[in-house]
Design a protein around this ligand. Structure first.
Ligand SMILES: [Fe+2]
Length: 199
């Protein structure tokens, strides 16, 4: 299947138009940073505060076995907050978040976060409810389903996630970084096919 077939856009109205009661509820936990980007600690705090308040993400949950789903909970010019649903077999592949810092917190079930550790393979963290992960610009990771149908995680990015770098391997085994829009579904199996010990 061609990658363009895999990456058919979602219904963007559904993805990026949170109900006002959801956005207003999340806004209460967004710190005042005088217009500056949030720190990674603030992003993790924000994701955890949202994860702990089920009413802010449960109404947005979609369990879709065919594709990974993510929906916007809040955005302003400093930060955007997403709920991501992971079904069995779904994962991002290795990617970075360009200039954005990231803070993640588990909400339900378990997702598996990995970071490439050369030459041996990868680190592995089970992102369960209350488990936080954070990283500045340049942070490279992959996230995939672990347990639950769906596993649910909350992700905050600052500045808002407008660009990501997806890591792919070509037929010669050469790793390259491909720029994708931050709101496009990340999906890559090329590293897994070429180097299964790393993913
Ligand atoms: Fe990520």
């Amino acid at each position: 299947m061609a990658s363009t077939d895999i990456l058919t856009p979602q219904d963007w109205t559904e993805v990026v138009s949170p109900p006002s009661e959801i956005a207003d509820g999340v806004a209460a936990f967004v710190p005042d940073t005088a217009g500056q980007p949030l720190s990674t600690g603030q992003l993790a705090d924000l994701s955890q505060a949202v994860a702990e308040r089920e009413e802010l993400w449960r109404p947005m949950v979609v369990a879709d076995p065919d594709r990974r789903r993510y929906r916007l909970l809040y955005e302003d010019d400093r930060v955007d907050v997403w709920v991501i649903m992971w079904m069995p077999g779904q994962g991002t592949g290795y990617h970075d978040h360009a200039i954005s810092g990231v803070g993640v917190c588990g909400a339900e079930g378990m997702a598996i976060e990995k970071q490439m550790v050369l030459p041996e393979g990868h680190s592995e963290v089970e992102v369960r409810p209350g488990v936080r992960r954070e990283g500045p610009a340049g942070y490279i990771h992959s996230v995939a389903h672990g347990e639950g149908t769906p596993a649910i995680t909350i992700h905050s990015y600052s500045p808002p996630l407008m660009e990501v770098g997806q890591y792919r391997v070509d037929e010669q085994g050469i790793l390259r970084r491909e720029i994708e829009h931050g709101r496009r579904e990340l999906l890559d199996n090329s590293i897994a096919e070429f180097a299964p010990d790393i993913v």
